[in-house]
Design a protein around this ligand. Structure first.
Ligand code: PLP
Length: 413
């Protein structure tokens, strides 16, 4: 089949064979699955025959979505979860033991940063480093380091991890390299290209795009040698080693922990994914125009967007990603509060979500990053005036006009 991502996603269900010749996978809402013989049921339970046993481990609808994500990431397999955070936590809990060490970027999505704090209370040590430099990651590595965790474009300050350099460090050392690619999506980047072991997505964001479903996923790129990973249980060392890691994540992280994606949400996410590349093209082009416009405003002191030549990792972004993303953030000059700016906008919605078709904005220090306190905000380079913009697919002229009107109002004060 053709290699183009959109074409493959659009035809994946049909070519996989759908009931009644339907062109897309229907909603399967059954909790339980019955078999004609006890032997057949046992074979499915023991993993010798493919099939479903109980809805907590997935159903045909979420399985079809997992197949699409695997296509998008060129992965050997995918496990879906109820949310992106469920994918992050369940994956790490399934792979780590007390005494293990994790190196993570210190520029992380706020709830993932909070989760790293929890993890350290559970007996795993976590070192947070400036992941824009592979040397900082290297300096933190220990013999007991099991996982390195980074985001592609960090939310909200858009720092870009040294994705290639970190991949080169992890692969020969047998360290699981987890890349949260929510901000880039498969439309811009495949973490497999930088030797990632596992790719995590919050499906609630751009992959769904319509703000009407929550979901998360973890995909195995097939590059990691699970045969040498010390924390896998004997029960999951069955068949080809490429499948072992994901099997343990599915059994421990999904079956035992239970944050399962519902078929309704999986279905909506699959529908959204069909237009991912179209939506990302438009949103990225809008983000670029807004970033350039904001950078020229006297009331704006800094704009953080990888597409701008002023961005510290502009070159890296250009080399690794198809375009520069739909997320940007900016700081206002002293005396202009982020609240004034946000309240002057009419079209842009004040909201904490991102990756939505609608443009959303939030004052991050006062909301998502409030709980962690001023000190941690400072190490994460979150200024008090920082506004995060998740740029949508509205007509560019309408978005620019909304900002022009808002800044004209502020200028008159
Ligand atoms: C939103 C987000 C998550 C968490 O996803 P949910 O689906 O909201 O739980 C994780 N990582 C990144 C980078 C995100 O933006």
């Amino acid at each position: 089949m053709t290699k183009d991502i959109t074409t493959r996603i659009l035809h994946a269900d049909r070519l996989g064979g759908v009931e009644h010749g339907a062109v897309l996978k229907p909603l399967h809402i059954a909790t339980a699955y019955g078999y004609n013989t006890a032997e057949e049921l046992t074979a499915v339970f023991q993993g010798d025959k493919s099939g479903h046993v109980y809805g907590r481990q997935g159903n045909p609808t979420t399985q079809a979505l997992e197949a699409k994500i695997s296509l998008m990431e060129d992965a050997v397999g995918t496990v879906s979860f109820a949310t992106g955070m469920a994918a992050v936590c369940s994956t790490m809990l399934a792979l780590l033991k007390k005494g293990d060490h994790v190196v993570a970027s210190r520029f992380l999505f706020g709830n993932t940063a909070s989760w790293m704090n929890t993890l350290s209370q559970l007996g795993c040590e976590v070192t947070l480093v400036d992941a824009t430099q592979a040397a900082a990651v290297e300096a933190a590595l220990r013999t007991e380091t099991r996982i390195v965790f980074v985001e592609t474009i960090a939310n909200p300050r858009t720092q870009i991890a040294d994705l290639e350099g970190i991949g080169k460090l992890c692969r020969p050392r047998g360290i699981v390299y987890i890349v949260d690619s929510t901000m880039t999506t498969p439309a811009l980047f495949q973490p497999k290209a930088v030797q990632a072991s596992l790719v995590i997505h919050s499906l609630s964001k751009s992959i769904c795009g319509h703000g009407n479903a929550l979901g998360g996923s973890v995909s195995d790129t097939g590059l990691f040698d699970w045969g040498a990973y010390p924390n896998l249980l004997p029960a999951y060392r069955k068949g080809a080693p490429t499948a072992w890691g994901l099997l343990q994540i599915k059994k421990k992280g999904l079956r035992d922990m239970g944050a399962t994606l519902s078929s309704e949400h999986g279905h909506r996410i699959a529908a959204g994914a069909e237009t991912l590349t179209l939506r990302m093209e438009r949103a990225c082009s809008n983000a670029m125009a807004l970033a350039q416009w904001l950078e020229a405003q006297p009331l704006v002191s800094k704009v953080h967007y990888p597409g701008l030549a002023s961005h510290a990792q502009h070159e890296r972004a250009g080399k690794l990603f198809k375009s520069f993303g739909a997320l940007l953030s900016f700081e206002t000059v002293d005396g202009v509060s982020p609240f004034e700016v946000l309240n002057a906008l009419e079209l842009v919605i004040k909201s904490s979500h991102l990756g939505d078709n609608r443009t959303l904005a939030i004052p991050v220090a006062h909301t998502i990053f409030w709980e962690m306190g001023a000190e941690q905000r400072q190490t994460m380079e979150i200024a008090d005036s920082l506004i995060r913009l998740s740029v949508g697919i509205e007509a560019q002229a309408d978005l620019l006009a909304d900002f022009a009107n808002a800044f004209a109002k502020l200028g008159k004060k």
